[in-house]
Design a protein around this ligand. Sequence first.
Ligand code: CA
Length: 272
Amino acid sequence: MAAALVLAACSLVDLGGYSDGNLTATDSGEPDVGADAEALANEDAGPEAEAGPDEHPYVVAVRADAPLSWYRFEEDSDANAARDEMGRHDATLVGGSMGFGAKGIAGRGLACDGTGRGFDVGDTYDFDGQVPFTLELWIAPTSTGGDQHLFHKRKDGNPLLGYILYATPSNTLQFESWGVSLTAWTTSPIPSSDFTHVVLTVAYAGGKGNAKLWINAQPQPNGGFDNTANAPNTDQPLQFLRRFKGAADEVAIYDKALTATRILEHYRAGKP
Ligand SMILES: [Ca+2]
């Protein structure tokens, strides 16, 4: 089933239209804080916040880009939800153990034994229409022989609608946005031995959607520069780290495509 989905998604890519240079062409490199995000941001977590004396450089770097939601996993080992640092959508534990209290790349992180069913954010962050967004996290995945859903907002049905970013049984990554034929993927396995920085950006340069994966700040060549269809809005809840096994930390979601410069800054600030 997973292989069939991968093949189906890959077949949707229009490689003839792929353009490596369009992702950041319209971006100034400055953090682009939307009016809504600015209005909703916590006073002590806004983009102008000063770094505290003991604040980790990674925390400073992410805060400067004002994510919509940011899960740092600083909770104690008995937690049943992941706090949203930005105060919007705490993520509830779906079931099993997600291994709170382990060592992360900034403070604590998760050490998942594979029994956890992930976190549920609720029905939000469809990014429907033609809007840019970014998904970010650090992982050291252990293959389970099945797909591990890093982010999942895909509604099952005919047709499938919505997006999914997952690790395959061989620890490569695959992004698919169903209904708009956007996809991106990696071909080298993500190592299990140490944290890797994973970023997925969707940009709309020239009015066309462009999905790109960044591994340790390096843009991956396989992606789609596809069509002008509108992304769907479904009632499917957004879940992350479903069926995940291994270490994870610092899940963040943004309503813009982070630039190569900012992704590199995040990587440098957080790398092991
Ligand atoms: Ca953390």
